[in-house]
Design a protein around this ligand. Structure first.
Ligand SMILES: CC(C)(COP(=O)(O)OP(=O)(O)OC[C@H]1O[C@@H](n2cnc3c(N)ncnc32)[C@H](O)[C@@H]1OP(=O)(O)O)[C@@H](O)C(=O)NCCC(=O)NCCS
Length: 194
C-alpha cells in the first residue's frame, strides 16, 4: 500500500500589504456574493478599515482563505470566514479560528463572538463555540450568534499550549508570521457586522 502525498501546505498570515487585503476582499466577494448571493454593497463595510485581517496563502501565493477580527472592549468579533471552494475540507477555516483565539489571548480579550450561518454552525461548534439566542436573518441567510470564552494563556504555554487548547491545528496548515503589519487597527464599535 502506498502512502498518499501530503496536502499542499497553506501558510497563515495577518494581511501584510494592500495587495493581500485586496485579494482577501476579492475572495469574500467570490464566496459570499457570487456563491451565496450576498449583495456586493454590504459585503465590504466600514469595519474592514479597522479589522485585523488574516489570510491563508496557497503555495503559489494566492489567497485561498480569509477571516477578519474586530476588537470591541473585552470581545473580539470574528467575521467573514471564507475559504476558496477548491481548498475547503483541509482545515483552513479551523486554523484561522485558532488564529482568532491567539489574537484574543494576545489582547487579553475575554470572549470571541461570531454570527454563524446556520449551515456552518458545526464548523464553529467543533472549534469550541456555542450558539446563543435565537436564529436571525441577515443578507437573506439564517444566522445564529455563537460565543467562545478566551482560554487564558498559561505562562510558558507558547504556541503548543494554544494548539492543545484549541486542538485543531493541522499539519497541513503552517502558521505564518503574526507581525500585525497590515492596514487598519484593532478596535471598533460595540456591535460590528459579521
Ligand atoms: C464554511 C467554510 C469557511 C469552511 O472552511 P473549511 O476550510 O472547508 O473548513 P475546515 O476544513 O476547517 O473544517 C473544519 C471542520 O468543520 C467542518 N465543517 C466545515 N464547514 C462546514 C459546514 N459548512 N457545515 C458543517 N461542518 C463544516 C468540517 O467537516 C471539519 O470537521 P472535521 O474536522 O470533523 O472533518 C467554507 O466552506 C466556506 O468558505 N464556505 C462558504 C462561506 C461560509 O459559509 N462561511 C461561513 C460564514 S459564517
Amino acid at each position: 500500500m502506498t502512502t498518499p502525498p501530503p496536502a499542499d501546505p497553506v501558510a497563515l498570515h495577518w494581511v501584510r500589504s494592500a495587495g493581500e487585503l485586496r485579494a482577501a476582499l476579492a475572495l469574500r466577494l467570490r464566496v459570499f456574493c457570487d456563491e451565496q448571493g450576498v449583495p456586493r454593497e454590504i459585503e465590504v463595510d466600514e469595519y474592514d478599515d479597522v479589522a485585523r485581517h488574516a489570510v491563508a496563502l496557497a503555495p503559489d501565493g494566492r489567497v485561498v482563505g480569509t477571516m477578519r477580527l474586530v476588537a470591541a472592549g473585552t470581545m473580539v468579533k470574528v467575521g467573514r470566514v471564507a475559504v476558496d471552494r477548491d481548498w475547503r475540507g483541509r482545515g483552513i477555516a479551523s486554523a484561522l479560528l485558532d488564529r482568532a483565539m491567539e489574537y484574543a489571548q494576545g489582547i487579553r480579550a475575554e470572549e470571541l463572538r461570531l454570527a454563524a450561518q446556520v449551515a456552518a454552525v458545526d464548523l464553529y461548534r467543533k472549534a469550541g463555540y456555542r450558539p446563543v439566542g435565537q436564529p436571525f436573518e441577515e443578507a437573506g441567510i439564517e444566522h445564529v450568534w455563537m460565543v467562545r470564552e478566551v482560554v487564558p494563556v498559561r505562562r510558558g504555554g507558547g504556541l503548543s499550549g494554544i494548539a492543545r487548547a484549541v486542538g485543531r491545528v493541522r499539519s497541513a496548515v503552517v502558521p505564518g508570521g503574526s507581525d500585525g503589519s497590515q492596514a487598519g487597527g484593532s478596535s471598533a464599535g460595540p456591535d460590528p457586522a459579521a
